[in-house]
Design a protein around this ligand. Structure first.
Ligand code: BGC
Length: 713
């Protein structure tokens, strides 16, 4: 380590020299977790207590991979709970996301881990996905930008692992589902953001549970080796998703999956004999061993040497960051005038608020799966409002008794209804109250018991918590409550909590104001109150399209054993079919008004950027996300492709020119034979907008590529 740090040895040589000093057993030990198989039922419990270690060799000073989950904060002990990944996607602010990454990495290290599985960049194919909250929404460019930012931040302190590679966007059948995808959709839709994160320096990739084109991902050589390593040049190591994510000790190694996590299971059982018999060559073992050691050595040598103390955990600075992120993530969907002015922000003269709803006074931080964080304290919406408005009279009710709730609302100047989802409605499945029922199959009866136990896990998780959503609507009782309260008080604000799209058609016309506040983390209540009072403006923009009906989205069958992923989903499907979204991708109101004007549009290899003049035409300080879209406008219904975005804040009346870096990816195509990228045919035009455009009338021509010319940039 010292020699690498001093520049006397490079990481490859260090890895080589370490493997040369290792026994055969020690090399094999690098290729799976260090924990014994009997720990299996206790994984969920232990995940919250200590890092899971793989490949520690004390004799040689090799610490091993010391794993922690961490998508919304560190899961070991009581750490800072940040807003969930989807909420952070709604900030459209990579610089802020990088700071979150630094904080998560620091707390990961302070908890004794050196590896954080915090970067989840699966695409939101459908908002019914139970783990939607763990991803950055439906768009490859937004996902790539935010995931890369988190990766850069996390890596300051620990190794960053990006997951789940690839096409893992369903929960209930995640262990089995087989995704069929053509070359175009695979490379141009579902993989670009993984590549972006790899390019940003991800040390490690976690393979997914599901199958792609018939092969489980741990044995999917086409993706793990041909694409990830040979085409993209990834030099780090690949781990399996846990327990059920390894299907074959030998085939997975050959396919390029380096570490079976987190127990000594299949590899410990099968590899020693395979090595003895010559079925697995030493060179295959050493290839994986060197990748693991190289990444760990490189990482240890380049990070800050002094370890952080536990004082960094849930520190005032990290709480302040969690609060800032939560406020920037809140999306104001509707803000109609009730008297003369829009209902929000709350009038300073407000004297009496009714805060109503199941979720008003609860700590609701997201699902109870592997990304669950248990912070030392959490501020609920009600507590946040009480602290922000100590002089305002606040009455509150769970809303279970509709009539009482309506009477209470009628007596207040303004009613705030806090409703939405919790861990029962959506989330990672299988993990059921401390005992992981599904994974028991592996330790008990292998093939024979595996199927029934997975089946049992599904049934249990269906009733207990999490899994894919059964509906994109609110619970009927929540919708009834909104209508009842709105009928009693025209000044009704709806605050939605959840991890992805919640349909609003059933009630949105009966209320003047709607906010989407996500699972806002431990400081979520403070953040919400600051937005409601206007101390902070709502900075969030939708990271997915919110349709008027689920019928406008791709079909979603959570029990499907096979699915087809194409290039039509989310806003793109709405555009292609000519359906208007209730709230389009990228949408979010502000307390001020902004104008965007595209100045010029050189978009070629020399200058991949657009310049936009932004003016704050309103009367308050505010932010806006400058979004640049491209589309082939020769077709009847152009399909908008986000190419880049930049968030800026402006004082009232101020004007500035913003440079937006563009990612040409969505306008390109990959030739499967040559693996070369080139322009897609079409009459491409560019537009600066505040959300996915509804009209292309003002678009600026970008380039025209005839069908036969497609291929030339
Ligand atoms: C999840 C991963 C997670 C791992 C360890 C798996 O079930 O799919 O996202 O990192 O468990 O908790």
């Amino acid at each position: 380590m010292r020699a690498v740090r001093a520049g006397e040895l490079d990481a490859d040589d260090a890895a080589e020299s370490l493997t040369a000093q290792m026994t055969g057993g020690e090399v094999l030990g690098l290729l799976d977790g260090d924990s014994p198989r009997w720990l299996l039922p206790f994984i969920p419990l232990l995940l919250g207590r200590r890092p899971f270690v793989a490949g520690e060799v004390p004799r040689l000073g090799i610490p091993g991979i010391r794993f922690s989950d961490g998508g919304r904060g560190v899961v070991i002990g009581a750490c800072t709970a940040f807003p969930v990944t989807m909420a952070r996607a709604a900030t459209w602010n990579p610089a802020l996301e990088e700071r979150v990454g630094v904080a998560i990495g620091l707390e990961t290290r302070a908890r004794g881990a050196n590896y954080s599985a915090s970067v989840c960049v699966n695409l939101l194919r459908h908002p019914g996905w139970g783990r939607a909250q763990e991803c950055y929404g439906e768009d490859p460019v937004l996902t790539g930008g935010m995931g890369s930012a988190l990766t850069r931040g996390v890596r300051v302190n620990v190794m960053a692992c990006v997951k789940h590679f690839a096409l893992n966007s369903m929960e209930n059948e995640r262990f089995e589902v087989d995704v069929t995808v053509d070359e175009h959709a695979l490379h141009e839709v579902y993989l670009p953001h993984f590549k972006a994160v790899v390019d940003a320096g991800a040390d490690s990739v976690m393979s997914a549970y599901n199958r792609v084109r018939g092969e489980y991902m741990d044995v999917n050589r086409a993706l793990l080796t041909d694409v990830l390593r040979n085409e993209w040049g990834f030099t780090g190591f690949v781990t399996s998703d846990w327990v059920f994510g390894t299907h074959d000790a030998i085939l997975s190694l050959r396919a390029g999956m380096d570490v079976e996590m987190p127990l000594r299971l299949l590899r410990a059982r099968d590899l020693p004999a395979a090595v003895r018999s010559g079925q697995v060559a030493d060179s295959t073992l050493l290839l994986s061993a060197r990748r693991i050691l190289r990444s760990s050595v490189m990482h240890a040598a380049t990070r800050e040497q002094a370890s952080p103390g536990t004082a960094v955990i849930a520190s005032p600075a990290n709480r302040a960051l969690a609060r800032q992120v939560a406020a920037e993530s809140i999306v104001l969907l509707k803000n109609d005038a009730t008297d003369t002015a829009p209902l929000l922000p709350l009038a300073p003269a407000t004297r009496h608020l009714a805060v109503i709803g199941r979720l008003a006074s609860r700590a609701n931080l997201g699902d109870h799966g592997s990304s669950r964080v248990r912070p030392p304290s959490t501020v609920s919406p009600l507590q946040g409002l009480r602290e922000a408005l100590p002089l305002v009279r606040m009455t509150t009710s769970s809303g279970r008794n509709l009539r009482a709730a309506a009477t209470m609302a009628a007596k207040a100047e303004t009613a705030i209804v806090v409703v939405g989802l919790d861990q029962h409605d959506e989330g990672e499945s299988v993990v059921t109250g401390g005992v992981d029922v599904g994974v028991l199959g592996r330790s008990v009866g292998w093939a024979l018991l595996r199927k029934p136990l997975v089946g049992l896990a599904h049934i249990v998780s269906h009733f207990v918590r999490g899994g894919d959503r059964r509906s994109l609507e609110l619970r009927p009782s929540d919708a009834r409550l909104i209508r009842k309260v709105a009928a009693a008080n025209p000044h009704t604000i709806v605050v939605l909590i959840g991890g992805s799209a919640i349909l609003t058609e059933g009630w949105r016309y009966s209320v003047p104001a709607i906010l989407l506040a996500w699972y806002g983390g431990m400081e979520g209540g403070h953040a919400l109150a600051s937005v409601l009072t206007g101390a902070v403006e709502p900075g969030g923009r939708l990271p997915f399209a919110l349709p008027t009906t689920a019928a406008h989205l791709p079909p979603f069958d959570s029990s499907a054993k096979s699915v087809v992923y194409d290039d039509k989903w989310g806003q793109r499907l709405l555009d292609a079919d000519g359906h208007t979204a209730a709230f389009p991708f990228g949408f979010g109101l502000s307390y001020t008004t902004m104008e965007h004007a595209l100045l010029h549009h050189r978009f070629d290899d020399a200058d991949r950027s657009a310049h936009v003049r932004v003016t704050n035409t309103g009367s308050r300080l505010g932010s806006t996300v400058v979004q640049i879209y491209a589309a082939d406008v020769s077709v009847r219904r152009p399909v908008a492709q986000l190419l880049g975005f930049t968030k800026v804040a402006l004082q009232p009346g101020a004007e500035m020119t913003v440079q937006v870096t563009l990612d040409a990816g969505p306008t390109l195509q990959r030739d499967p034979a040559t693996r070369q990228w080139s322009s897609r045919a079409g009459d491409w035009a560019l537009l600066a907008a505040q959300h996915s455009p509804v009209s292309w009338a003002d678009a600026v021509p970008l380039r025209r590529v005839e069908g036969s010319q497609a291929g030339r940039i």
